[in-house]
Design a protein around this ligand. Structure first.
Ligand code: SAM
Length: 228
């Protein structure tokens, strides 16, 4: 078991370094993204986002400590393209984690971002980066996304593959109160099966690579009387 965990950790570590190389090659020519990315990466050099999340899970006495994951930015680019996210959007990221995805959305796409995250250290480090880099179009909220107001969102991004069904049901109910036309992007599951009333139309579904393999991404649009 220990050997399996070590092999998994090594694979994860190698994947991460390769992924950083890919991200640097692809987005390294965009100073608006590169500088905040480097600054935030530095703050996780000795204390990875995975370790931060594990500490938090231990502190709240969660059953599973290994729930953290990040969207590879090259996959986020595919997702943003397919869901037509543009500079005029306001993306709410539910569970922003360390915040690299929010930095990418703002620095590469140029849209407004509200990053909602429950782990205070993630929020604090992202907030410090934003302040240092004088980025005014990312708002960080240290809050529970099931309780947080989503007013102003034109796009929602949710990567929470490990959420249990009762939480997804609660969240789907919260998202069903969004105004018509808002696009909701989810990884691993669509929202409509968790709702009794039709609230979302599924407009696209495709697979993108994540650290642990391929994940299905669902793009749904908030619409009244929707039938998926
Ligand atoms: C799988 S990570 C995704 C990180 C990032 N969105 C990405 O795609 O790279 C999920 C994040 O959601 C956060 N989270 C889970 N439940 C939450 C809640 N109810 N409110 C706010 N954040 C939450 C976790 O702390 C974790 O950082």
């Amino acid at each position: 078991m220990n050997r399996e965990l070590s092999a998994l950790a090594l694979r994860q570590w190698l994947y991460q370094w390769r992924q950083w190389g890919r991200e640097l090659r692809r987005y390294g020519n965009r100073p608006r993204f590169l500088l905040p990315w480097l600054w935030l990466k530095l703050s996780y050099l000795l204390d990875s986002p995975y370790a931060v999340c594990r500490r938090y899970q231990r502190r709240i006495k969660a059953e599973n400590l290994y729930v953290y994951g990040e969207t590879p930015l090259t996959s986020l680019e595919l997702i943003a393209e397919k869901s037509a996210v543009t500079a005029s959007d306001h993306v709410f990221e539910l569970g922003a984690g360390s915040g690299f995805t929010s930095l990418w959305l703002q620095g590469v796409i140029g849209c407004r971002v509200t990053a909602i995250e429950q782990i205070p250290l993630f929020c604090w480090r992202l907030h410090r980066t934003i302040r240092r880099m004088k980025m005014s179009t990312i708002d960080v909220r240290c809050a529970d996304y099931c309780q947080s107001s989503l007013v102003g969102a034109s796009v929602i991004y949710l990567y929470g593959s490990n959420l249990d069904d009762s939480l997804i049901t609660l969240l789907a109910g919260h998202l069903a109160t969004l105004p018509l036309g808002v696009r909701v992007i989810t990884v691993s599951y669509p929202l409509q099966p968790y709702l009794e009333q039709p609230a979302f139309v599924l407009t696209d579904q495709f697979a993108v690579p994540f650290a642990w393999g391929e994940a299905e991404v669902f793009i749904q649009v908030r619409s009244d009387g929707a039938i998926t």
